[in-house]
Design a protein around this ligand. Structure first.
Ligand SMILES: CC(=O)N[C@@H](C)C(=O)N[C@@H](C)C(=O)O
Length: 631
């Protein structure tokens, strides 16, 4: 039977639908006094889950809101008066106050306050295993607020098991057991089908260093041994952190989570999608040896959809090919270690939507290539890459330099509407995976904090010089475009290399860290990236020192605004809690005040990603028109 959870209407906080035999079999209405809204956001929960015998359901929901009736003890006492107890009549009975402000989990998690459970059922159905995030992270005790969690794998988290109470009982029985002592990070618990092991991910380097993303580890715990004897060091590391790797070598793991159905070949493999240099790779990891196989075609980016009943389903795409549904029969245990045994069949476009002929012929007219670029600042021995998408042909084209956000993320050579659209309009889009991007080893990630506005900026220039020298891009017709930290790079490139760019396009850009630090849901990010890991740990404070603000200013685009010559388009989300609206607005106003050209568009309902369908459309139209006007 399958389960669907949805929000309830008046009086109920959730409805759980039980489906079977192609119809709705049962609806369970949960009264709103029981708990708040149901979670199925893919971070705190994937939605409701059956116990192994399908007799019980576990899910994550918001705790009921706390309300408080204000207390008042009558008039203030004057000198010489005897203290009296609060007057019972002084407490209003007919209404409730709103209670103390409760923090939530920041950008994209507005209103989510106390979920902190992501349960999976133990194989016997007698325990729930879950990930818990402490509300005040032990690696950043200096901040008085809860810190944002989206795109932040550095938030400490642990695995716990809690005994499931008997059906007759209303409350949990027994204390939760910490399964991962001694670790700052453990998440995504998944049981092997035979119940012998718990497989999980750890983002230990990110949690230790505070960089928002890092190289992950894959680990196992014996079950139920881990429950009976949870000791530091009892987890077995299957895939360790990779510090650095050569071009053809495995560069480490960068998954966001393990998928719900991630095991293949009985208990032979765990499957996951991970950044591999400038590509998303589909990996099969041998659960006995930890050997990692890249099982997709290397000219595509992959995304695992699920595995089960002898099959693996995945989506594969490239910058010039929208995602296609791919299916492979799971190889038998004896042949699975040979790469050639993974034979994929393309079933057609994902979502069953055929690509219209006009779109297909436009895409057929595009080409893409990944370039290896040499760094010009220290450390020069670290690899980085640029993916160029452009119309077919030999002529040098007007270029759009396109650095990604994060900064510890990457542009994978996968399909992107925005990039394909700009290439289809005659531009060469140069997506730069500068040093510090994910997918190139932990040393590369750690090389950037403390050097932002220098190394990331100079890598973008080196990538641009490289493709100009290759004859791909016309040096005199270049724009720079990016979002968030990519917007930070856009602003810095426009100011620090003003003669190189004819236009700038920035989406929710970080233009002034000394402004952002006070209002963002990730103030720690400003310290780590501006000062570097060690110095950031020494300085971090909820109330930054004057010298800290000076450094934030120094690395920020706002400090080189006076050198900007290009017109700048700013696309901003009014509900962005990561890089608040004021950051882009201040930049636009200051650019105009010095006689420059700024066009500012504010999307009133948008958050950081600017990804609501109409916003995406308007963003693309405005960007292309800006490019056509100015380069
Ligand atoms: C960690 C983080 O959110 N950093 C922002 C400044 C940023 O660049 N965000 C990325 C993820 C983005 O592309 O929006």
């Amino acid at each position: 039977m399958s389960l669907v959870g949805r929000g309830g209407s008046e009086g109920t906080s959730a409805v759980l639908e039980v489906w079977g035999q192609g119809r709705l079999l049962r609806e369970l209405h949960v009264p709103s006094k029981q708990h708040g809204p149901l979670y199925s956001d893919g971070w705190f929960s994937l939605g409701p889950a059956w116990s192994p015998d399908e007799s019980r359901i576990a899910y994550v929901a918001e705790e009921p809101p706390t309300t408080e009736t204000p207390k008042w003890s009558g008039a203030a006492k004057t000198d010489g008066q005897e203290a009296t107890d609060a007057l019972p009549t002084a407490t209003p009975k007919s209404w409730q106050g709103i209670g103390e402000y409760q923090e939530d989990w920041g950008e994209l998690n507005t209103g989510k306050k106390t979920p902190a459970l992501f349960p999976v059922w133990s194989p016997e159905g007698d325990q729930l295993v879950f990930t818990a995030w402490p509300h005040s992270p032990p690696n950043a005790p200096q901040f008085g607020n809860r810190l944002g969690i989206v795109y932040c794998m550095n938030r400490p988290c642990s695995l716990f098991a809690v005994p499931v109470p008997p059906s007759s009982s209303q409350s949990a029985s027994g204390e939760p057991v910490l399964l991962t002592p001694g670790r700052l990070s453990a998440c995504s618990p998944r049981f092997l089908s035979d119940g012998s092991k718990l497989v999980f991910l750890s983002n230990e380097p990110a949690a230790q260093t505070m960089t928002h993303m890092g190289t992950a580890e894959l680990l196992t715990l014996d079950w139920p041994g881990a429950l009976q004897n949870p000791e530091e060091g009892s987890a077995h590391t299957l895939v360790p952190v990779v510090q650095q790797s050569d071009l053809e070598e495995f560069p480490g793991l960068y998954p966001h989570a393990l998928s719900e159905s991630c095991f293949a070949g009985g208990n032979e493999f765990v499957l996951l999608t991970s950044q591999w240099r400038s590509r998303m790779a589909l990996l099969a990891i041998d659960l006995k040896t930890g050997k990692v196989q890249d099982i997709g075609f290397s000219n595509q980016s992959w995304s695992l959809l699920g595995a089960g009943q002898g099959w693996v389903a995945a989506a594969a795409s490239s910058p010039t090919q929208p995602p296609r549904l791919m299916l492979a029969r799971l190889p038998s245990a004896s042949t699975a270690s040979k790469h050639s045994q993974w034979e994929w069949t393309a079933l057609g476009p994902l979502g069953n939507q055929t690509t219209p002929d006009a779109v297909q012929s436009t895409l057929d007219g595009l080409q893409w290539q990944t370039y290896q670029v040499k760094a010009m600042t220290d450390p020069t021995d670290m690899p980085f890459e640029a993916v160029v998408v452009r119309p077919k042909g030999k002529a040098a084209l007007p270029g759009v330099l396109f650095p990604h956000g994060g900064p510890h993320s990457a542009f994978p050579a996968a399909y992107s509407n925005l990039v394909a659209f700009q290439a289809a309009q005659g531009y060469a889009v140069i997506a730069v995976n500068f040093r510090g991007s994910t997918g190139f080893g932990e040393d590369s990630i750690q090389s950037l904090p403390g050097h932002i506005s220098v190394n990331d900026v100079e890598d973008c220039i080196a990538a641009l010089d490289h493709v100009v020298a290759e004859g791909v891009v016309d040096r005199d017709r270049v724009a720079v475009s990016g979002g968030s930290h990519g917007g930070f790079l856009t602003g810095n490139l426009l100011g620090r290399h003003a003669d190189r760019f004819k236009a700038g396009l920035a989406r929710n850009p970080v233009m002034d860290l000394s402004l952002m630090i006070h209002v963002s849901d990730i103030p720690d990010w400003c310290y780590v990236e501006a000062f570097g890991v060690q110095e950031a740990k020494r300085r971090m404070a909820a109330r930054p020192a004057i010298e800290d603000l000076a450094r934030f200013k120094e690395v920020s685009p706002i400090s080189v605004l006076h050198q900007v010559k290009a017109p700048v388009l700013l696309l901003l989300g009014a509900k962005d809690r990561r890089v608040p609206l004021a950051d882009g607005q201040q930049y636009g106003a200051a650019l105009r005040a010095q006689g420059g050209t700024a066009k500012v568009i504010v999307f009133p309902e948008d958050t950081h990603a600017l990804d609501r369908p109409q916003t995406e459309f308007e963003t693309m139209i405005n960007m292309i028109s800006w490019l056509q006007q100015h380069i």
